[in-house]
Structure formats: structure tokens, C-alpha cells
Design a protein around this ligand. Structure first.
Ligand SMILES: C[S@@+](CC[C@H](N)C(=O)[O-])C[C@H]1O[C@@H](n2cnc3c(N)ncnc32)[C@H](O)[C@@H]1O
Length: 280
């Protein structure tokens, strides 16, 4: 795997499944806007283990849905998921951005949380736009609101932990982007970037994900995985009090841990940027 040296995507399979399922209300709502006209061929670019691709296959049973990713292990998970759910799904390995040019044309190209892992984001969008049949739609999920999981005061440590964790993650995100091959700064005005890729009618819609406390088991696991990842990556960038609070949240024996707290919730909004290739 030569993409994104910073991430071991194959090892993140379970996390991507739990997260995909936890946030799936936004996918269902976002796909409702893609039904007219019904797409015949759909590419999910950077599908990971296929949560969204399988939902697309379910939503558009007449369509040929192709999950595309650079990590074969994740595509194997997508195939296994599709088999289990009884939906039709094909997979194709491709490395971005170079491999985007080898994909077949489609009526709908969906890509969630992927473009920000490519150094030249505008270049990636332009290549994805070039895959569209006349009248086809490109839908890019990027950004939205930061996710909230915990009250401001969690009963120990300094209140406001979550905001400080977000700052640490935002700084890490900047470093990640700066280190990507061919990293090119761009104003992340996604509709403007879609227009620069030759598309029209670019617009954005945001969708709420609101899972109130007490959080069910699957989403709760996904929150744990996020905190574990953050603890692993950001330990040096947090002050000792916040590190101690994080350790407590991650200690399954502690009644205040993420696994046991009755006040854990999941609240966020995800933004999807839509645009079309002119009809002809
Ligand atoms: C954050 S995950 C997103 C998965 C899924 N779309 C979702 O929203 O949950 C990013 C995915 O893009 C793939 N990916 C990242 N950079 C890539 C690249 N340069 N070439 C091919 N695949 C890449 C990874 O293997 C991973 O499955």
C-alpha cells in the first residue's frame, strides 16, 4: 500500500465499519437527493469496507455499483458485506489520483472522506468529474460540524476536554495534509472547486446525525476507537491533565469510561457537496 503512508487503512477496517454504521443516517438522507434520475452505474470512490456502497446498492437495486479503493483488504470486506446483505456490488482496486483515470464512466460518483487524503484535492475532483456521463452527478462528503460525544463537564478533569481534543486533531490534520505527496494548498470552498472541475449547479447540504444518550453498542465502539486513535497519535500534544482524563475515559474498568457512561451520545452534521456534468 503506497498511499497515505500515515495510515494503515487495512488495520482500520473494523473502525471504518463501526463509524460508517454509526453515521449512516447522513448517508440515507444524502442518497435521497440522488434518485432523480435513477443512476445506472455508481462509483463509490474510496469506499473502504463498503458501508455506503452497500447502502447505495440497496437504495438503487437496478444500478451497477462499483466500490473503488486502494486497499484490497477493505474491498474484500465490502464484498463480504454485500454478500451478507444480499446486494449486488462490484469492486475495483485503484490508487488515487493516478488510478482515477482508469475507472469506467458513471452516472453517479460518490466519494466520502477521501479527497482530503489526496495531496492535490482540486486535481482529484477534476479527475472524478471527468468520469461522469453527461447529466451525471458528483457528490463529495467533506466537512460538516465537529462531532460531540460528551457533556462539557464530564465530572473529572478540566471542563471542555472535547474542544481541546478537537484542536489537537485539527493540528494533526494540517500536518497530515502537508506531508501528502503533491500536497497543494487550496481554498476548501467545495462548490467552487466543483465548478473549477467543469461541473454546474454546485451546492452543499448538511445532514444531522443525532444519536442521543445512552449510546448503543456499535456507535459506542466507534467513539472508543476514535478516542484510542487520538490517544495514540496525540499523546505528546495534550497537557498531562487531559492525558490523564483520556486514560480514564479509555479504562474499561472505570465506571466513568466511554464503555460504561450513561451520558455518551453522538451528535454531528455531515456536509455533502453536489454538482452535475452539463447534460450534453
Ligand atoms: C477515511 S476512509 C473513508 C471510507 C468511506 N468512504 C467512509 O466515508 O467511511 C478513506 C478511504 O480511502 C482510501 N484511500 C485513501 N487514500 C487513498 C489513495 N491515495 N488511493 C486509493 N485509496 C485511498 C482508504 O483505503 C480508505 O478506505
Amino acid at each position: 500500500m503506497d498511499h497515505d503512508h500515515d495510515f494503515d487503512w487495512a488495520a482500520m477496517a473494523d473502525m471504518l465499519v463501526d463509524e460508517g454504521e454509526a453515521y449512516s443516517p447522513y448517508l440515507v438522507a444524502a442518497f435521497d437527493r440522488l434518485a432523480d434520475p435513477e443512476p445506472k452505474r455508481i462509483l463509490d470512490i474510496g469506499s473502504g469496507p463498503g458501508v455506503a456502497a452497500c447502502l447505495l446498492a440497496e437504495r438503487f437495486p437496478g444500478a451497477e455499483v462499483i466500490a473503488v479503493d486502494g486497499t484490497p483488504e477493505l474491498l474484500a470486506r465490502a464484498e463480504e458485506r454485500a454478500g451478507r446483505l444480499g446486494v449486488r456490488l462490484q469492486t475495483q482496486v485503484a490508487e488515487f489520483p493516478a488510478g482515477l483515470g482508469e475507472l469506467p464512466e458513471a452516472d453517479l460518483v460518490w466519494s466520502a472522506n477521501v479527497v482530503h487524503h489526496v495531496g492535490d484535492q482540486q486535481g482529484a475532483l477534476t479527475r472524478m468529474a471527468a468520469l461522469l456521463r453527461p447529466g451525471g452527478t458528483l457528490a463529495i462528503a467533506e466537512g460538516g460540524l465537529p462531532t460531540r460525544w460528551l457533556p462539557r463537564d464530564i465530572g473529572f478533569g478540566r471542563p471542555g476536554l472535547q474542544l481541546r481534543l478537537e484542536v489537537a486533531m485539527a493540528e494533526r490534520f494540517d500536518r497530515m495534509r502537508a506531508e501528502l505527496p503533491d500536497s497543494a494548498p487550496v481554498t476548501e470552498d467545495w462548490p467552487a472547486m466543483l465548478r473549477a472541475a467543469g461541473l454546474v449547479e454546485a451546492h452543499s447540504r448538511s445532514f444531522l446525525v443525532d444519536r442521543p444518550a445512552p449510546l448503543e453498542e456499535g456507535p459506542r465502539r466507534s467513539v472508543r476507537q476514535w478516542f484510542e486513535r487520538l490517544r495514540g497519535m496525540q499523546a505528546d500534544h495534550l497537557d498531562p491533565d487531559d492525558r490523564a482524563a483520556l486514560d480514564r475515559l479509555l479504562n474499561p474498568d472505570d465506571p466513568q469510561s466511554i464503555d460504561r457512561r450513561p451520558d455518551l451520545f453522538l451528535l454531528t452534521a455531515r456536509t455533502v457537496h453536489y454538482a452535475h456534468r452539463p447534460a450534453g
